[in-house]
Design a binder for this molecule. Structure first.
Ligand SMILES: *Cc1c(COP(=O)(O)O)cnc(C)c1O
Length: 364
């Protein structure tokens, strides 16, 4: 008889690793659902799920934990496994944290344009950053590095939608709807979310269907990204040569984790409008939010304007994906905005007028 058995030591490592990941979850309370007041938007309540307060500063804390659990439970991650990821930054920050927690080597493959703050965070947690000049090459370089090191490519863009338990297990959708359950309009009219991997939108969209909710899902895309065109045309092979300027969202190819079938509406927001919306929201919240949160907020305001035009009442929910502190040298730096020819002032006045009067915001 021939037999092959997994080393008992390896199973002990797995048990310890799962314990450490679950403990990290238990040390956190749920993230806040903020309800800022906009009295001119009559009959509408706006909620922001604040994912910037996770220990690693963004919604990617949830994804990274899910990807680690998925990799360990599938037997792809074990004692000493080198972990590799393709990332525009936030995911790599969260993964570097969990790799450090489990004592595993971590390599992030990132576009050279990734913000310095994120690079520093990864390196401080013992991760290594490998830069590529062409953002569309991150996938192949990451896969290659994983092969060379005998490691595991976490592959957020493929695995985000499958590593997250979309039916529940305190995923972001379950958390939002639980927190909404006693609000005046408990089932939001719209949940609005931008797409990077597309995983968060997929989780929310599936959960809405699974729970039989009347809520609709609006996904916001940005310039130089293919999600919007793919959704409209149905052609999932489109690519883009230019990288997105809004970190964390907008992709040069349709990522496998983008699930168009659960989306009810898509908008494309100009980058200058995303940044203007981030500025306006930051002033309202007395703290800075990131660029993708600006995209989310701008798209939410467009859906709010539509509800006002239709005479509808109800609630709208979106996410604060990360803090603006990571983007002091870009979205909040007038020189950077000028260099990138991003004229935010006119968008800002339009947004402020809408928030003060409830009108003046046409379709994007
Ligand atoms: C990843 C990310 C998003 C988009 O979330 P996905 O679930 O990947 O689509 C939005 N904002 C920031 C800052 C991100 O890092």
């Amino acid at each position: 008889m021939r037999a092959r058995e997994t080393d008992a030591l390896d199973r002990a490592w797995v048990r310890r690793a799962i314990d450490l990941l679950q403990c990290d979850g238990r040390r956190s309370a749920d993230t806040h659902l903020i309800n800022p007041m906009f009295p001119a938007l009559k009959g509408l309540s706006i909620y922001l799920k604040d994912e910037s307060t996770h220990p690693t500063g963004s919604l990617k804390h949830r994804l990274a934990r899910s990807l680690f659990l998925y990799g360990i439970c599938n037997g792809h991650i074990g004692r000493g496994t080198t972990l590799v990821e393709a990332s525009s930054g936030s995911t790599a920050v969260s993964e570097a944290y969990f790799a450090h927690l489990l004592g595993l080597p971590f390599i992030a493959v990132m576009p050279r344009s990734t913000s310095r703050v994120k690079v520093d965070a990864i390196e401080r947690m013992g991760g290594r950053c490998h830069f590529v000049d062409e953002p569309s090459r991150v996938y192949e370089v990451a896969a290659q590095l994983a092969e060379e090191t005998g490691g595991h490519y976490l592959d957020q863009f493929t695995n985000a939608e499958r590593a997250t338990d979309w039916r529940g297990n305190n995923n972001i959708a379950e958390s939002i709807f639980r927190q909404m359950s006693s609000e005046p309009h408990a089932s939001p009219h719209w949940v609005v979310m931008s797409a990077g991997t597309g995983g968060t939108a997929a989780t929310i969209g599936r959960y809405i269907r699974f729970q039989n909710l009347p809520t609709r899902l609006c996904v916001a895309d940005v310039e130089n990204s293919v999600f919007f065109d793919a959704y409209r045309s149905g052609d999932l092979r489109v690519t883009s040569a230019k990288p997105s300027r809004i970190e964390g969202i907008g992709r040069p190819r349709v990522e496998p984790s983008f699930v168009p079938g659960v989306i009810d509406c898509m908008l494309r927001i100009p980058d200058a409008a995303s940044i203007a919306a981030a500025h306006v929201l930051s002033e309202r919240l007395f703290r800075r939010v990131g660029g993708s949160t600006g995209t989310n907020f701008m798209a939410l305001l467009h859906m709010a304007a539509r509800m006002l035009r239709e005479g509808a009442e109800g609630s709208l929910v979106t996410l604060i994906c990360d803090s603006g502190d990571r983007y002091a040298s870009t979205y909040y730096n007038p020189d950077w905005l000028k260099e990138n020819r991003l004229e935010v002032d006119s968008h800002k006045s339009r947004i402020l007028r809408f928030l003060e009067t409830g009108s003046g915001l046409d379709a994007p």
